[in-house]
Ligand binder design. Structure first.
Ligand code: BES
Ligand code: ZN
Length: 637
């Protein structure tokens, strides 16, 4: 015990970098490295888990489950291998939420299974319940018979009527950030990585897929999956439905319901180029195959980086590849996020900021600087809005405060765009060539590890800053990472295309030209988004109508454009959109769109009444995550 009397493990390495530190630090001071290198006590620091991962670490998960569409449950067994680390204990604490635990047994190397004592803690709305299992001194495996709840937040069960094909039901999961524990009992923290295997029984005619090597059906009709690379629990994923496959090349393809399969393969046909670009910049893709699955429209995100199988919203299928930066984004997570993972949601920018940066580099590489800069400029506006709207300034820091109420708070545009612009700032200061080499080294150095912001700072210091000490001051670094708001040193992306749009918009607003005379024929979706987002407040009904007549904006099939137009329409009381807006609410479950549309509606009393009324009808079709979020939005405003 004498070895670790002080809390030196938690000491920020920034102190070292900034020269203000008084406690010793070493290269091995993240929890994972600490344990593995020295086998000493670590201090658990993820407040969103009950797991005692500073004492016991799950290394492998095996699932053996029936996918029961009648009861809307996963039912079977989870077997977890674990190893003891740090201070000895005879308890294994796991996370669970809304799970029905039926029996628990443990075994040691001799594989003799014996029933184990366990207790299920009180349920917390955010964390769920701890599952504490007595493991004695020698057990290294635990087996839990359990089933999930039909209300599990991480699982959406769709009836046949809710699918495009109408014949078969559909199930898909969403584990990030805290919902893996609604799928299985496990250590639900990104600080812990495990490999996994799974055996799934599904009804005839349905195909199960996981974030793993897609297994075949055995002679008993059971599908087997294997994920040989260690992943954090939030990347555990499953989809089951009448799902078809179309190859894009020999190791990239698309899964989707038949109705959208060909369109999806066409929309995403440049994924191989994105992979090549990504690999050229940051080293080889390390996960075997890369496939995409287009989920039903209730999928609450644009995309989710489930390893080997990104989950995508069908709202990306615009017909013109204009929204494929989301593919670049989810693919980029194969390096930033899945390979090198934030060990705490306070460090979410390590996942999302790096990924937004890499995404944008790939877009630049494939489609040119013009498109990359347009995407930067649009993102920057989103960031400014989130910074203005932050409920407290600490939530606009890259390193988020210790008292986050929910990991949802970690995923504002701050993690994404401030993170991206920070890396753009570093690139500019150190030079692209040096910075590219540094990042490639970073992904390699921390591959398959979970790290904190402070690990990044130390690596930046050791590998780059010491070689170019004048490139950056400590105060600048500190401001970017630990202070609120957007530093003045942030790039101001200047898009010629957008300046042209702005000039034409100004001419129209001044009455010099009519809406129909705006030269829009060569506009990309990005230019339209810029035009719509920058419309001034207080537009006259006549002006809304003129735009709508000239460009048929209401009912447009591009979900991003539709969203931008409906936001303006709600703000400007332009009710000609109402029918199509309602259709949008009834058919699109992507949170990025509907949370803000509901929020905007709810700003006026009549709008709020309408929002509540639409939500009552749309609710059952939304994902449980979206149901909760919209419920919160409509009860606050
Ligand atoms: N990992 C995120 C989605 C996510 C974040 C799920 C937090 C659960 C909790 C994913 O990679 C993502 O960022 N998706 C974005 C797309 C992107 C281009 C910004 C989205 O869904 O909009
Ligand atoms: Zn992301």
């Amino acid at each position: 015990m004498h070895m670790f009397k002080t809390a030196l493990i938690l000491t920020s390495t920034l102190g070292l970098v900034l020269g203000a530190c008084n406690a010793p630090t070493s290269k091995t001071d993240t929890p994972v490295q600490m344990i593995e290198a020295k086998n000493v006590k670590i201090i658990k620091h993820d407040k969103f888990t009950y797991a005692n991962y500073d004492q016991v670490r799950v290394t492998h998960l095996d699932l053996d489950l029936d996918v029961n569409f009648d009861k809307k449950i996963l039912d079977g067994m989870a077997t977890l291998d674990f190893k003891r680390v740090g201070v000895a204990t005879n308890e294994l604490v796991l996370d669970s939420r809304d799970l029905l635990i039926k029996a628990v047994s443990t075994a040691d190397d001799h594989n003799e299974w014996t029933p184990a004592k366990y207790t299920l803690g009180e349920s917390d709305v955010v964390l769920g319940s701890s599952l504490t299992i007595q493991i004695g001194n020698t057990a290294n495996k635990v087996r839990i018979s359990y089933s999930t709840s039909p209300d599990a937040e991480g699982l959406q069960w769709l009836s046949p009527a809710q699918t495009a094909g109408k014949k078969h039901p559909y199930l898909f999961s969403q584990a990030q950030a805290l919902n893996a524990r609604t799928m299985a009992p496990l250590q639900d923290t990104p600080a812990v990585r495990m490999t996994y295997t799974a055996s799934l029984r599904v009804p005839d005619g349905l195909r199960p897929l996981m974030s793993a090597e897609q297994g075949d059906k055995d002679e008993n009709g059971i599908y087997h999956f294997n994920m040989p690379q260690p992943i954090p629990s939030y990347l555990l994923a499953i989809a089951v439905g009448d799902i078809k496959f179309k190859a894009i090349n020999d190791h990239i393809g698309v899964y989707a319901e038949q109705y959208i399969l060909d369109a999806a393969a066409e929309e995403f046909s440049e994924t191989p180029l994105m992979e090549a670009s990504n690999a050229k910049l940051y080293g080889p893709y390390r996960w075997g195959r890369y496939d995409l699955i287009v989920l039903p429209p209730s999928f609450p995100f644009g995309g989710m980086e489930n390893p080997r199988l990104s989950f995508m919203t069908p709202t990306l299928i615009a017909g013109d590849k204009s929204l494929t930066n989301v593919v670049a984004h989810e693919l980029a997570h194969s390096w930033s996020g899945n390979l090198v993972t934030n060990s705490n949601w306070r460090d979410a920018w390590l996942n999302e900021g790096f990924t937004s940066y890499v995404e944008n580099r790939v877009m630049e590489d494939l489609y040119g600087e013009g498109r990359a800069v347009m995407e930067q400029a649009l993102s920057l506006e989103d960031l400014k809005r989130d910074i203005k709207g932050a409920t407290r300034p600490e939530l606009t820091q890259l390193k988020l405060p210790a008292d986050l109420a929910h990991p949802d708070e970690a995923f504002s545009q701050v993690a994404y765009v401030k993170g991206q612009f920070f890396l753009m700032f570093l690139e500019e200061r150190f030079g692209r060539e040096n910075f590219d080499a540094f990042l490639k080294g970073y992904f390699d150095h921390f591959a398959f590890q979970s790290i904190t912001t402070e690990d990044f700072i130390k690596y930046l210091h050791d590998e780059l800053h010491v070689k170019q000490p004048d490139a950056l001051t400590k105060a600048e670094l500190k401001e970017w990472i630990y202070e609120a708001g957007l530093p003045d040193t942030a790039k101001n992306p200047k898009s010629d295309a957008f300046e042209n749009v702005a000039a034409q918009q100004a001419a129209w607003l001044a009455g010099t030209i009519t809406a129909a005379e705006i030269k829009t024929t060569k506009w990309s979706t990005h230019e339209w988004l810029y035009f719509l987002n920058s419309l001034p407040e207080g537009l006259a009904q006549k002006q809304f109508n003129e735009l709508d007549t000239a460009y048929s904006l209401t009912g447009t099939q591009n979900a991003e454009t539709a969203f931008a137009w409906y936001m303006q329409a709600i703000k400007g009381d332009y009710h000609a959109v109402d029918k199509d807006l309602e259709h949008f609410f009834m058919t699109v479950g992507r949170g990025k769109f509907i949370y803000r549309l509901y929020g905007e509606l709810a700003k006026t009393p009549t709008g709020k009444t309408r929002a509540v009324e639409i939500f009552a009808r749309a609710r059952a079709g939304y994902h449980p995550i979206a149901q909760r979020r919209i419920g919160d939005i409509l009860s606050q405003e």
